[in-house]
Design a protein around this ligand. Structure first.
Ligand code: NAD
Length: 332
């Protein structure tokens, strides 16, 4: 049984090859994204393709996969906004994902971004290396006693809430499906606009869907507290980039931490250090001293990569053999 990996990095190969000792699939690793430009190169005999966040599984690509006899699209991530599920259903291709892998990895990265932006440790690191021990410009604020607004309290949002409660923050949350367990931690659920109105810090932990595209726009930003800190480790399309840039210019947003970005597929996971980047929005964001951009690395811990490999291979095997399928992992 053969699986072809797209957008594969050396660490994907390491973790999947190690895990595959228990499965014995034939694994092939391709560095390129999966998209219309390459789908035709897949050879008959490929049972599954394994893809990541920036591969584009459009109806056109899925039609080619079906023609080649591919039976499974396995996402080695949780989000699935990049796959046309209707087209997969139509062509009889199963789609699976990793429903849960170390939610703490992403929640802890969101906290790391918040602490870096607030206490400016990135600036202190560089300053001290130049023997500049001045404190000017490094002042932060106590997280203790601040109000944190959490949008989406699934696995990652819940882990984030717990950490922020540990800091002594008041935690407000919005989720269309309220979680009793999260409420029992001490989190108060409110409608979206009330959460963002009262929060000193807003952190996004919901999936990107057609309904919440640009959830954070000029309108929602204007109803937030002046000087809010905004963190997004979820999906870039949740934030209207140009409008958040305007809010940074006026000081409405005092600090922005993003691990995801609307146009990230042209940039992230690549070394572009000798290239001229044509995307003016990312260049503008990078130029702000109060913006921290990381390149979709929130998931990137040893624990998460181990769980991703184990869950992906187990689900592909279960779908191919029809035995022991974890329904939470299957989308179509
Ligand atoms: P989850 O499915 O456990 O939880 C998502 C929660 O969001 C659910 O409770 C759902 O009801 C809620 N939700 C849906 N629409 C909403 C909306 N419009 N407003 C508020 N809440 C809404 O998912 P999870 O495992 O917690 O992951 C959350 C998201 O994090 C994923 O969808 C993915 O986009 C992102 N993610 C990012 C990384 C990274 O490395 N940066 C890694 C994993 C996941």
């Amino acid at each position: 049984m053969k699986i072809v990996f797209f957008s594969a990095k050396p660490y994907d190969r390491d973790f999947f090859e190690s895990c595959n000792e228990h499965y014995d699939f034939e694994l092939e690793f391709w560095e390129t994204h999966l998209g219309p430009h390459i789908a035709d190169a897949i050879k008959p005999g490929t049972d599954a393709v394994c893809v990541f966040v920036n591969d584009k599984l459009t109806a056109e690509v899925i039609a080619v996969l079906a023609e080649k006899g591919v039976k499974i699209i396995a996402l080695r991530c949780a989000g699935f906004n990049n796959v046309d599920l209707e087209a997969a259903k139509q062509y009889g291709i199963r789609v699976c994902r990793v429903p849960a892998y170390s939610p703490q990895a992403v929640a802890e990265h969101a906290v790391a971004m918040l602490l870096t932006l607030n206490r400016k440790t990135h600036k202190a690191y560089n300053r001290i290396r130049e023997q500049n021990f001045s404190l000017s410009g490094l002042m932060g604020f106590n997280l203790f006693g601040k109000t944190v607004g959490v949008i989406g309290t699934g696995k990652i949002g819940a882990a984030f809430c717990k950490i922020m409660l540990g800091f002594g923050c008041k935690v407000l949350a919005y989720d269309p499906f309220e979680n009793e367990q999260v409420r029992n931690f001490g989190v108060k659920y409110l409608p979206f606009h009330e959460v963002i109105k009262d929060a000193d810090i807003v952190s996004l932990h919901c999936p990107l869907t057609p309904d919440n595209h640009h959830l954070i726009s000029a309108a929602s930003l204007s109803s937030m507290k002046k000087g809010v800190t905004l963190i997004n480790t979820s999906r870039g399309g949740l934030i209207h980039t140009r409008e958040v840039i305007d809010a940074l210019k006026t000081g409405q947003v005092a600090a922005l931490g993003i691990d995801v970005y609307e146009q990230e597929e042209k940039l992230f996971f690549k070394d572009l250090s000798t290239s001229i980047i044509g995307d003016d929005d990312i260049q503008r964001l990078i130029s702000f001293p109060n913006v921290l951009v990381t390149g979709h690395q929130a998931f990137f811990t040893q624990e998460a990569l181990t769980e991703i490999a184990e869950s992906t291979l187990a689900t592909v095997k279960a779908l191919l053999t029809g035995d022991g399928v974890d329904e939470a992992a299957v989308l179509v």
